[in-house]
Design a protein around this ligand. Structure first.
Ligand code: NAD
Length: 260
């Protein structure tokens, strides 16, 4: 029986997932970092977090587009640490195109990684959480789990889907001291978003600040990005005792986007 809680964060070698993993390591949880690669840099990242936060952090490769690997990730984490107490379904990809031109392999990949992976990891984690007497499932959805944007049919469908999965799982496990909730970020300045800024500046002939305010944050009323640290703090709250009665719902961190 372990006393230190264990968290898995899928897709956690960069951006939001990495910030969530780091926040849990800082809180003293055992942490499983994950992505689909298996490079020395992936393992070095786990070692760096372990050293910095004096926590047990390991990297486990698993491709979230493959159901068996999703389930295997949970099994390997439990093998390593004894159980899984916090599951953060964060891995996600994006592709932008009109629906009549949307490549079907991109549709399949987005649905698999952004939605179906959470079904598999959740199904694998629930028996462990029941056995341990409780747990927390946190799905990183999006403002696009609540509202749509043109040209993002697969992403919006996957994110709306994960909101449905969140509510259904919450009902099924409510008596087991397991909660299931979603975080709905608006635009977050991850490395992925940062690299798009120079292209947008060129395309619109605008300076950096104008591109951010007028183009990227068009629908975000605060005209500021959410930060990875703010998303991570929300995940830490949802995993804390204070959130024991927060179940089957979402927390938006979108500067007011979905209030419109
Ligand atoms: P990111 O690209 O920085 O990180 C994505 C992570 O997922 C990376 O670690 C990547 O290696 C991993 N990943 C990709 N495909 C994978 C696969 N097949 N198997 C395992 N891991 C895989 O992206 P991010 O911006 O940090 O996004 C993280 C989550 O937050 C996603 O679900 C995304 O939809 C959501 N989100 C992001 C924003 C934003 O503005 N950045 C807004 C709302 C929601």
């Amino acid at each position: 029986m372990t006393t230190t809680r264990t968290a898995i964060v899928t897709g956690s070698t960069s951006g939001i997932g990495l910030a969530i993993a780091e926040a849990f390591a800082r809180d003293g949880l055992n942490v499983v970092l994950n992505s689909f690669s298996d490079t020395p840099a992936d393992h070095a990242l786990a070692e760096k977090l372990a050293k910095e936060h004096k926590a047990a952090v390991v990297y486990i490769k698993a491709d979230m587009s493959k159901g068996a690997e999703c389930r295997d990730l949970v099994a390997k984490a439990a093998e390593r640490f004894g159980s899984v107490d916090v599951l953060v379904n964060n891995a996600g990809i994006q592709h932008v195109a009109p629906v009549d031109e949307f490549p079907s392999e991109k549709w399949d990949a987005i649905i698999a990684i952004n939605l179906t992976s959470a079904f598999h990891t959740t199904a694998a984690a629930i028996p462990l959480m029941k056995k341990a007497g409780g747990g927390r499932i946190i799905n990183v959805a999006s403002a696009h789990g609540l509202v749509a944007s043109a040209y993002k049919s697969a992403y919006v469908s996957a994110k709306h889907g994960i909101m449905g999965l969140t509510k259904t799982v919450a009902l099924e496990v409510a008596r087991e001291k397991i909660t299931c909730n979603a975080i709905c970020p608006g635009y977050v300045l991850t490395p992925l978003v940062e690299v798009q800024i120079p292209d947008q500046m060129k395309a619109h002939n605008m300076d950096r600040e104008t591109v951010i305010r007028e183009v990227m944050l068009d629908r975000q009323p605060t005209k500021e990005f959410a930060t990875v640290e703010q998303i991570a703090a929300t995940a830490v709250f949802l995993a804390s005792p204070a959130a024991a009665q927060v179940n089957g719902t979402h927390i938006s961190v979108d500067g007011g986007w979905t209030a419109q």
